[in-house]
Design a protein around this ligand. Structure first.
Ligand code: GLN
Length: 445
């Protein structure tokens, strides 16, 4: 009831939840109370979670922040959601996000942006904006978000909460409405790092429905050398786009780490300029293919026009229901996959992805962690970036590397800037090194 009262008090303004399952949640809580008394309750009994609108929950709506999934209800729950339900967690509602996870501010949601609780003239970040604000305004204990290029970490940084993007292949993507399948991950957001660790434990591990996930026993054989070598990429820490307050706070954290006995090393990364082009070429390509299933036949919205044939029905439906950014990405993706340009863009980006991955992993062979600010600035004002998609994409500079390379990364709060807006500190680690990464994060908060 505490969380429901917080939602009641703030959601109309913040627009973090798109739908709240109040009566259902209370009913479940009563049943779980009985289980607790009889000693049969799961390990997460009564834990209140919110889920991003991209995750399926049996018999509930999932709209992916889009009009195209209008009235769609899922017949099954995402594996990550199901595993929390199996431990008697309670889903309190579904949370606002950018349409299909495409965006960095939540302003691409068909249902309007989620607003930053710290200052409602500013965005929450995206695409898991509603999930971050829900934690920021105490509307639930844990949020489940998704991260394709920073969508958990960026809003976590903008809202001053913690967010974890797991290694690609650690958490099943079954029941996650796909944006870019080889980048998409599901992860938790919370106020405390310990809670991220707890949730990760339950949602991790093999699942017959997603063959890219490995079993828990295969995780983390390699332990970091001595866990004490921390590297940062010079080209990022000195990047011209970096806000002065963030840079200062970041170097203060590095000093703190040195005092605690860590070795802090500046390294070069020759592919900083290639990160965003590689990410946006490959994700738009994958998105154009994934989003072809929304055709007015299988799910959600269908045009009410009396169209003359099937093709016109597809076109009209998609034209009516997809937002501007989704259309832009479908077109970009279709272009980079077209016969004439495939080699020049798609194949080349795949090769560069390999180089980025190998180089990043080589840095993580020599060092235990790679750290950076999570974002180059604090939360933008509403509307500040919406007219210029390239400016919007540039905001993802520090977060996409983990997705391009498939590595785990976490954003934790790093104080506030001069305008009292939250800043984030990012830690990245080698594959399946979440535990070591979470331990370091715990030391820093
Ligand atoms: N802002 C990035 C994009 O629009 C990241 C999105 C995400 O991680 N889902 O692609």
């Amino acid at each position: 009831t505490y969380y429901l009262s917080q939602i009641e008090a703030h959601n109309a303004k913040l627009n973090a939840f798109l739908e709240v399952y109040a009566a259902e949640a209370l009913g479940k809580a009563a049943l779980i109370d009985v289980k607790i008394q009889s000693g049969t309750a799961g390990e997460l009994a009564g834990l209140v979670i919110g889920i991003k609108d991209l995750l399926c929950y049996e018999d509930h709506h999932s709209y992916a922040g889009s009009n195209i999934l209008d009235s769609f209800k899922s017949t099954f729950s995402a594996t990550a959601v199901q595993r929390l339900l199996d431990q008697d967690a309670i889903v309190i509602g579904r949370q606002n996000c950018d349409e299909f996870g495409m965006g960095s501010t939540n302003e691409n949601s068909a249902f309007g942006p989620a607003l930053n609780f710290k200052n409602t003239a500013h965005v929450a970040g995206g695409s898991s904006g509603g999930s971050a604000v829900s934690i920021q305004a105490n509307m639930c204990h844990i949020s489940l978000g998704t991260d394709t290029g920073g969508s958990i970490r960026m809003p976590a940084a903008f809202c001053g909460v913690a967010g974890l993007k797991p290694t690609y292949g650690r958490v099943s993507r079954w029941g996650l409405i796909a944006y870019a399948s080889s980048f998409d991950t599901i992860g938790p957001m919370a106020r405390h790092v310990e809670d991220l660790a707890l949730i990760l434990k339950f949602i991790s591990g093999a699942d017959g429905q997603d063959s890219t996930v490995v079993s828990v026993s295969e995780f983390a054989v390699k332990k970091p050398s001595n866990g004490k070598r921390i590297a940062y990429i010079k080209e990022m820490a000195e990047h011209p786009s970096l806000q002065a307050d963030i840079k200062k706070a970041f170097f203060e954290r590095l000093d703190q780490l040195k005092k605690k006995g860590y070795e802090v090393i500046a390294v070069d990364f020759p592919y900083v300029e290639a990160l965003l082009p590689t990410y946006y070429i490959l994700t738009t390509a994958e998105a154009s293919s994934n989003l072809s299933r929304f055709d007015g036949v299988k799910f959600g919205h269908r045009t009410s026009f009396a169209t003359k044939d099937l093709l016109e029905m597809y076109k009209k439906t998609r034209d009516e229901a997809f937002g501007e950014e989704v259309k832009r990405r479908i077109m970009l993706g279709t272009f980079v996959l077209s016969a004439d340009y495939y080699d020049a863009y798609y194949t080349k980006a795949q090769k560069v992805r390999r180089l980025i991955k190998e180089f990043t992993q080589s840095l993580l062979q020599e060092n235990d962690f790679l750290v950076s600010p999570t974002t180059s600035s604090t939360a933008y004002r509403l509307g500040e970036k919406t007219l210029d998609p390239l400016q919007m994409y540039l905001g993802d500079l520090f977060t996409v590397q983990a997705n391009v390379a498939g590595l785990p990364a976490i954003s934790i709060p790093m104080g506030e800037d001069a305008q009292s807006l939250p800043m984030g500190f990012q830690i990245m680690a080698d594959v399946f090194q979440e535990e070591a990464m979470l331990d370091l994060a715990t030391e820093l908060v």
